[in-house]
Design a protein around this ligand. Structure first.
Ligand SMILES: Nc1ncnc2c1ncn2[C@@H]1O[C@H](COP(=O)(O)OP(=O)(O)O)[C@@H](O)[C@H]1O
Ligand SMILES: [Mg+2]
Length: 300
């Protein structure tokens, strides 16, 4: 795939098409059968686009139009007590792209998301969040989810319809897209397996309608079908997605950028796919100290 890494005319074009398709959705829904024969070619084209969207198992609404400034980290330092997770963290998230966040457990990936969300403060440095940014995030611990409620209740919030951008879908159908069918929808959230919990969180995050998605390990324990649907959903998403994952094959298929938490307080921001990042790392002899300006490094 070739996601645009900046707001080029091509990505604007894509955003326009997406919004045109969404608008047409309503027109098509209102159209009467006898109007079918009188369809103009332009109308037909939009309907094809609509059908294509409906084939996706996971459709991610694009959210409001995203401006050039997404999220920037400026010399961010984060420490808990005397333990420094990182310092001099610098990156600029792309308006259209998928940033794969990698690194061992405990290196501060979740903490980065929490700082972006304002749930945690940096020890030093700042984050700039663009004015047009609307974040979609579900925390990894999912403390806000009532363990006594069912999957269906939590996702639907007791409404039969779910608003996805400017379209409405039946709540049962939406929940089913995340591989919860029949009796699975009635399972209590407190007894879900790891994979089920992850699918629940995805369903919650993806209906928020943000233009910047922060997904914290959505690929853990999920089945291959949901994984593929998520890949496809992300590839068709017009905004910026930041995805923490240990699944390198998944990342290699979707990531346009890599943010690598290397341990020893070092984080590397790389513009390119996961394979390119690996190759670049090998070329450095395993030393990821960046030698080019575009690779931003954190600590000596
Ligand atoms: N609120 C907190 N107080 C103290 N230590 C914390 C807090 N939150 C996270 N940590 C510690 O910071 C480190 C990084 O955590 P985290 O961001 O969850 O890492 P990751 O998501 O990369 O596995 C861990 O050692 C964790 O125990
Ligand atoms: Mg984490």
């Amino acid at each position: 795939m070739s996601k645009k890494t900046n707001s080029s005319p091509a990505s604007e074009e894509k955003a326009k098409e997406a919004s045109a398709a969404e608008q047409n959705e309503q027109t098509a829904a209102q159209a009467k059968p006898e109007a079918e024969a009188a369809k103009q070619p332009e109308e037909k084209k939009h309907e094809d686009a609509k059908q294509q969207e409906e084939k996706l198992e996971i459709y991610i609404p694009n959210g409001p139009r995203l401006g050039d400034v997404v999220i920037e980290a400026h010399d961010v330092k984060k420490a808990f007590g005397d333990r420094v997770l990182y310092e001099n963290l610098n990156f600029t998230l792309p308006p259209a792209g998928i940033v794969g966040v990698i690194g061992p457990n405990g290196t501060g990936k979740t903490t980065l998301f929490r700082m972006i969300m304002g749930l945690e403060q940096p020890t030093a440095g700042t984050f700039t969040v663009g004015q047009t940014v609307k974040l979609s995030y579900v925390d990894q611990q999912h403390k806000s989810i009532d363990p006594e409620k069912t999957v269906y209740e939590v996702i639907s919030q007791n409404s039969e319809w779910i608003q996805l951008g400017n379209r409405q879908v039946p709540a049962r159908a939406y929940v089913a897209r995340f591989n919860f069918t029949g009796a699975d929808q009635e399972k209590k959230c407190g007894v879900l397996s790891g994979g089920e919990r992850n699918r629940l969180h995805l369903a919650l995050a993806l209906k928020e309608g943000g233009n910047v998605l922060l997904l914290d390990e959505p690929t853990n324990d999920i089945d291959v079908n949901t994984l593929r649907a998520l890949e496809e959903g992300l590839e068709n998403f017009a905004g910026c997605a930041v995805v923490i994952s240990h699944d390198r094959w998944f990342l290699d298929r979707i990531a346009t950028h890599i943010l690598s938490f290397e341990g020893d307080s070092k984080v590397v921001f790389y513009q390119g796919s996961y394979s390119e990042f690996e190759e670049w790392k090998r070329a450095q002899g395993g030393d990821t100290t960046p030698h080019r300006v575009k690779y931003k490094k954190l600590m000596e």
